[in-house]
Design a protein around this ligand. Structure first.
Ligand code: PLP
Length: 404
């Protein structure tokens, strides 16, 4: 058995052509000829199965240490298919800090469908235990759904501890591994039952495709998700399957650079007088302990920070030249955004503040550029924000913290 980096590049044999091509072919065919009326061909119709899609599905199953993978037209299509294995009346516990689109899918779409949703702090194991067990005579939850690194505050959820609590009650542990990828953690090894990716982010890695992936290790679960995939039909098209396949080949290379850059930027921000707080677990003195305790190999390329009160974060964001002002993450180019106006705009302000997403919080999704260029880009934008601050607060230039 080869190691992870080798698996990324050629984990699966290319045994489907007579040409010696080192990449698998793209099968742009929605239907497949039968040899005879009596034959039972492996492929008949592309919603049910396509060889290019199957290549990607086997690739992600291998990397996540599962047995079956499934590719969808987006991360949300993948999550939709997974949630569709439940029944009206089922109770599902969700982490209190999850991706906005997922939150809405649970709370607006699936509650309408009769699924009951309860949000809980998945880092509070007593609260989690009580929620899964069912308080006040409620029935036990059927599943717990959470993200390993929360967005945009980068709090760490422990996949093995959470799965352990979940399994006490025979429920399923469902992990959105988008921010972490199989390079940094393989949740199925830690007890999770279903792993989901928005492959739009790190796995595809070039901001060119929307895609979602699901991996399981259990055959019965695999059949249920295959049924959802084939009946709901939100499958990923062959050319896009190939784009994700190719992106995955450089996953580790990109993430190594993204993490190196993120750490350098986090250290820079930590020392900057206009910065109040930095959210990136990699800056903590006990980072090795956090990694070990949580079964992680790194913290990824996303971080967030708050500017000090009085400094306008929009001035910083509107004046970046290398960072694009954009949502999404995980690609080769660096992106910056204001969660309260962009990724988390739909959350009511009070809810946002309660979970710690203030109006001064900026999120960075760090790419693979030269870290010094990224830091200089931030530096010149900070200078402009500081000049504006001084104009607004004439006479307050001597304020200790702000003497840059
Ligand atoms: C982007 C994202 C999703 C949704 O994926 P799409 O590909 O945009 O549908 C789900 N979960 C997380 C953590 C994400 O970042």
């Amino acid at each position: 058995m080869t190691r992870f980096n080798t698996q990324l590049v050629h984990g699966l044999p290319i045994n489907d052509n007579n040409t010696g091509a080192v990449n698998p072919p793209i099968y742009n065919s929605s239907t497949y000829a039968f040899e005879s009326v009596e034959s039972m061909p492996r492929w008949d119709y592309a919603r049910s199965g396509n060889p290019t899609r199957e290549f990607l599905e086997r690739q992600i199953a291998q990397l996540e240490h599962g047995t079956r993978g499934f590719a969808f037209g987006s991360g949300l299509a993948a999550i939709h298919a997974v949630l569709s294995i439940f029944q009206p009346g089922d109770r599902i516990v969700v982490g209190k800090n999850i991706y906005g689109g997922t939150y809405s899918l649970f709370n607006e779409f699936f509650t309408r469908w009769g699924v009951r949703v309860e949000a809980v702090d998945t880092a509070d194991y007593e609260a989690l235990d009580a929620a899964v067990a069912g308080r006040n005579g409620e029935d036990k939850a059927k599943a717990v759904y959470f993200e390993v690194l929360t967005n945009p505050l980068l709090q760490v959820n422990n996949a093995s501890r959470i799965s352990e609590v979940v399994h006490r009650y025979g429920a399923l542990s469902i992990v959105d591994n988008t921010f972490v990828t199989p390079y940094l953690q393989q949740p199925l090894d830690l007890g999770a039952d279903i792993v989901i990716h928005s492959a739009t982010k790190y796995l595809a890695g070039h901001s060119e495709v929307n895609a979602g992936l699901v991996v399981v290790a259990d055959d019965v679960l695999g059949e249920r998700i295959y049924y959802s995939q084939n009946r709901l039909g939100g499958v990923l098209a062959p050319t896009e399957c190939d784009a994700v396949r190719r992106g995955i080949q450089t996953l580790a290379l990109r993430l190594d650079r993204q993490q190196e850059n993120a750490l350098a930027i986090a250290d820079y921000l930590l020392a900057h007088p206009l910065v109040k707080t930095v959210n990136y677990p990699g800056i903590h003195g006990n980072r090795d302990e956090i990694l070990r305790d949580n079964g992680l190999k790194g913290f990824g390329g996303v971080l967030s920070f708050e500017v000090v009160p009085g400094v306008n974060p929009s001035i910083i964001l509107n004046n970046l030249h290398i960072f694009h002002l954009a949502v999404s993450l995980g690609a080769v180019e660096s992106l910056a955004e204001l969660p309260c106006r962009m990724t988390h705009f739909e959350l009511p302000r009070e809810e946002r503040l309660k979970v710690g997403i203030s109006d001064e919080l900026i999120r960075l999704a760090v790419g693979v550029e030269d870290k010094q260029d990224l830091i200089e880009d931030l530096g010149q934008a900070f200078e402009l924000a500081y000049t504006e601050y001084l104009e607004e607060h004439e006479g307050l230039q001597t304020l200790g913290k702000l003497s840059v």
